[in-house]
Ligand binder design. Structure first.
Ligand code: MN
Length: 285
């Protein structure tokens, strides 16, 4: 299944370029009161909800994708986990670059581990990326994003894909500068997910997906997930050794070589094989 969230927090099933409004299926989640359960309820129940989603699609209102405003496919992620440098060629590119931005911790991912992005930075395809610090260089980073589907605590890499609910396209936007990554990459609108999520059963093996990012039509990044230093399974193993992953947590798997600057007025188009394309405008904040 390809599922999107859109408009006023509606749930959509995406088929052939159209969105079927299947919000009615969410009623099976019941009502909750404070304190709300940890994690994202829709993602936690994605498998059991599938029949209700299919049923709702049968009589659903059909809208063109171009007529909806897309929200991030995960409504309530508990954390956005991100891999700093997880493609060898990007590591080399970052080491070669003597700019101020990469003065901290440019080492192998196995040594420095992962970082967190603020959930408040998250937007979907219906918004624009807003540049708050136009005097700095602001970079695009296309990444395969993994949405965790069930509680994962010290999971082995070999079992880890069983904990994945869905995949989506991630943009890990970055303002360069001396501050910690977690701050520079947590600016409002600097985490993008979309345009929809593709369930793990539909996407299949995530280990050989083509990725491509263009800015104003010019190719900047072109790679394949087979060149990940730590695979999706190994990243889940690494992360869950330190903290429990909950349904709805998102794992940005790292960006390949070719990162470059964007400015207000630019159009970013990010494409990942078997997921789709996400087009984002860059604007002044
Ligand atoms: Mn990144």
């Amino acid at each position: 299944m390809r599922l999107c969230r859109f408009g006023d927090s509606r749930l959509g099933l995406v088929r052939d370029g159209d969105v079927y409004d299947v919000t009615a299926a969410l009623s099976a989640l019941g009502s909750h009161s404070y304190p709300f359960p940890t994690g994202d309820l829709l993602i936690a129940n994605l498998k059991s909800l599938a029949p209700a989603i299919e049923a709702a699609a049968a009589g659903a209102e059909r809208v063109s994708l171009s007529d909806v405003s897309l929200l991030p496919p995960v409504g309530n992620p508990g954390k956005l986990v991100a891999a700093p440098v997880n493609y060898l060629k990007h590591l080399q590119e970052a080491r070669d670059d003597q700019g101020v931005h990469h003065n901290n911790q440019m080492h192998e991912i196995q040594r420095i581990g992962l970082f967190l992005k603020a959930t408040s930075s998250l937007i979907g395809g219906g918004r624009s990326i807003e540049i708050r610090f136009p005097d700095r260089r602001n970079d695009h980073e296309i990444e395969l994003a993994v949405i965790i589907g069930k509680v994962a605590d010290r999971v082995r890499a070999a079992d880890a894909l069983n904990y994945v609910a869905a995949y989506t396209i991630g943009l890990d936007m970055t303002a360069r500068g001396p501050e910690e990554r977690s701050l520079r990459k947590s600016i409002d609108t600097y985490s993008v997910l979309g345009p929809w999520m593709v369930t793990a059963d539909e996407l299949g093996d995530p280990s050989a997906l083509d990725l491509e990012l263009t800015v104003n039509g010019e190719i900047r990044q072109k790679a394949n997930t087979r060149d990940l230093v730590l695979s999706v399974g190994e990243l889940i193993e690494f992360a869950s050794r330190f903290y429990t992953l909950h349904p709805g947590d998102v794992l940005f798997t790292g960006t390949p070589e070719g990162v470059g600057p964007v400015v207000a007025g630019d159009t970013i188009r990010a494409t990942i094989e078997r997921i789709g394309s996400l087009e984002m405008q860059v604007v002044a904040a």
